[in-house]
Design a protein around this ligand. Structure first.
Ligand code: PMP
Length: 433
């Protein structure tokens, strides 16, 4: 384990090492050594992991934190009178404070732990949506939403009679902002928008969109699944009402994520799942609810996952999200240039403002075939619709191949990607002339 990983796993000792590590451009190859899986070969080749949009790999500090939790701190939280239970509760609540700091939320009780982005969006749909939407109300989504920010709203529309309105995309994969503003009106109750598109890489101008939505009295949920690992996020500066993300895309464990909700909104929202920990009193006649966030955390949560997520947040914070963003932007620019030199390759998503996602199609090769051939070269990418089928329909394609970058990727990974694409083209009879 290198100095940075050690520092991240023991926050008290982190200041010196983190400060030393947090100067100048980051060196991806050094950081890659913090991630044990990156040194295992795949299909006899060096693993070139470019599927970070689906999930990121985990640093030793996060793996060790989960292991240590089960070895030294495991007990159920909140209900226990014994020392271990109180210790586990402290660790869980400290993790909530780390999420609060990551998002710059005003208070820790504005953070609800969930299984991830999907559950966070469903929480808002089933709690806030069912309590606040009625027939004829409008929910504004965009044409680049992940299915997890479409389907929950469709289900709520079926139950409430609310309707969906969709912001169209330009040919570059940007939102048509004039169309967005035209869709907003007195019936708009909610805008739910992705911060960074997982299919296109587009970074949406959410601050401006939130301002416009608030001007018509609508609430705004931001799907931050692809944003939090790649740039600093400040929910107070954005002014959003809800913000959702998944720990596993932020170098943390699977099965843990969070919803930020403004205090007044969470305080007024009814429970969406019943069970232990979310009640104040229970009788067969009537039960009463705990305050937020406990009201929305029924049952035993993923305690070890929350602790691991806290350490993942320490890890990226010690490196600096601004340095990670700079590194990934440089890498994306380099990869974009390299991709544009490949004959027959077409980029899908060429927005002016993008995060580290390169989606593309190659003439004459189905994205799934391309993914399989790249895999044989040790290059892990994603191929398909990326749970964003409406994006594929908009661009008239069955799917794309997608390389998505993280802090441990560098130019060597891009070179491996480009070489593997050339090999696939040779297998399919050579690139077009
Ligand atoms: N939204 C976006 C933009 C995503 O990329 C993803 C994951 N691919 C999700 C939501 C869903 O995240 P999860 O599966 O972790 O709940």
């Amino acid at each position: 384990m290198n100095a940075l990983a050690t520092a991240a796993s023991t926050p008290a000792a982190s200041a010196g090492a983190a400060a030393a590590a947090a100067r100048g451009p980051l060196v991806a190859a050094d950081l890659a050594r913090d991630f044990p899986i990156l040194s295992r070969p795949v299909r006899g080749k060096r693993l070139v992991y470019l599927d970070n949009g689906a999930t990121t790999q985990k640093p030793e500090a996060v793996i060790e934190a989960e292991r240590r939790f089960y070895r030294e701190s495991n007990a159920n939280i909140h209900r226990g009178v014994h020392w271990l239970s109180q210790h586990a509760t402290d660790l869980y609540e400290q993790a909530r404070e780390r999420v609060q700091r990551l998002l710059n939320a005003a208070r820790a009780d504005e953070i609800v732990f969930t299984r991830g982005t999907t559950e966070a969006i469903n929480l808002v749909a089933y709690s806030w949506g069912r309590a606040n939407l009625k027939a004829g109300d409008e929910i504004v989504l965009t044409g680049m939403e992940h299915h997890s920010n479409i389907v929950p709203w469709q289900l709520i529309c079926e139950q409430t009679g609310a309707v969906l309105k969709v912001v169209p995309l330009t040919d570059r994969g940007e939102l048509q902002l004039d169309a967005y503003e035209a869709l907003l009106g007195p019936r708009t109750r909610l805008v739910s928008v992705v911060h960074v598109s997982n299919a296109l890489g587009t970074v949406n101008p959410v601050a401006r969109m939130i301002e416009r939505a608030h001007a018509v009295g609508a609430k705004v949920l931001v799907d931050g699944a692809q944003a939090v690992a790649h740039q600093g996020v400040d929910v107070q500066a954005l002014g959003c009402d809800f913000y959702a993300f998944s720990g596993h895309k932020l170098y943390g464990p699977t099965g843990i994520g969070a919803l930020y909700g403004r205090r007044e909104l969470l305080a007024a929202m009814p429970p969406w799942q019943g069970g232990g920990d979310m009640i104040r009193t229970v009788s067969f006649e009537r039960s009463t609810w705990a305050d937020a966030p406990q009201r929305f955390e029924a049952g035993t949560p993923n305690i070890a996952g929350a602790v691991g997520l806290g350490v993942a947040i320490d890890y990226v914070t010690a490196i600096g999200l601004d340095r990670i963003a700079e590194h990934e932007h440089r890498l994306l620019a380099h990869a974009t240039e390299a991709a544009q030199r490949i004959p027959g390759l077409r980029l899908i998503g060429t927005a002016a403002h993008k995060a580290g996602i390169l989606s593309f199609v190659v003439d004459g090769i189905h994205p799934h075939d391309l993914g399989t051939i790249l895999d044989a070269e040790g290059v892990a990418i994603r191929a398909g619709h990326h749970c964003a089928m409406p994006v594929m329909t908009r661009f008239g394609i069955p799917g794309t191949a997608r390389a998505s970058f993280a802090l441990y990727n560098d130019e060597n990974d891009v070179a491996a990607l480009v070489a593997a694409i050339a090999r696939a083209q040779q297998m399919f009879g050579g690139p077009p002339r």
